[in-house]
Write a protein that binds this ligand. Structure first.
Ligand code: AR6
Length: 175
């Protein structure tokens, strides 16, 4: 099985919509009204009540995050964040790091124990996965060092290629 644990961080290959966790994070767009990729999959699995709640949120800025119920998902909540479209600019890493940090901050404020992230911005938004992975791992590790909640963070990758990139980096920084 494609799964490995690094302290409070767990890495796995799978479909994030199937996870029974306190919150899954959605790589959304600023409208928060659905789209393709993981966003489409989450809305399909959560059912139409999710987009109804999302309509009341008035969208979300890039780098920010908002929380909803999980409805028909096994996850209790969805944390919707909006990653940057990759342009190779100095602000891209800051905005992507902010997605991870604000999502974790929301989880902490809601007393959530377990949170699962997809590879935000590394699909349709074109972020190079090697860089996206470093930002994800560094930001999550720094947050966990400073906070007791969430107790556990999962990176849920959709391909074995992405899994290997994350695993190599996590092994390097945790050894
Ligand atoms: N579980 C886990 N990961 C998944 C799943 C899944 N079910 N489905 C796809 N991925 P993307 P972005 C992976 O494109 O780059 C949407 O239209 C996928 O293989 O979903 O942030 C939004 O509305 C990739 O590795 O998100 C926005 O408009 C990763 O999730 C835009 O796409 C992220 O890819 C956001 O683009």
């Amino acid at each position: 099985m494609m799964r490995e644990t690094f302290g409070r961080i767990e890495l796995l290959v799978g479909d994030i919509t199937r996870l029974e966790v306190d919150a899954i994070v959605n790589a959304a767009n600023r409208s928060l009204l659905g789209g393709g990729g993981v966003d489409g999959a989450i809305h399909r699995a959560a059912g139409p009540r999710l987009v109804e709640e999302c309509r009341s949120l008035n969208g979300c800025e890039t780098g920010d995050a908002k929380i909803t119920d999980g409805y028909d998902l096994p996850a209790r909540h969805v944390i919707h964040t909006v990653g940057p479209v990759y342009r190779g600019r100095p602000n891209d890493p800051k905005l992507l790091a902010s997605c991870y940090r604000t999502s974790l901050e929301l989880a902490r404020q809601h007393g959530l124990t377990s949170v699962a992230f997809p590879a935000i911005s590394c699909g349709i938004y074109g972020y190079p996965v090697e860089r996206g992975c470093r930002i994800a791992v560094d930001t999550v590790r720094a947050f966990l060092d400073d906070n007791d909640l969430p107790e556990k963070v999962m990176f849920v990758l959709f391909s074995e290629d992405f899994f290997h990139i994350y695993r190599e980096y996590l092994r390097k920084v945790t050894s």
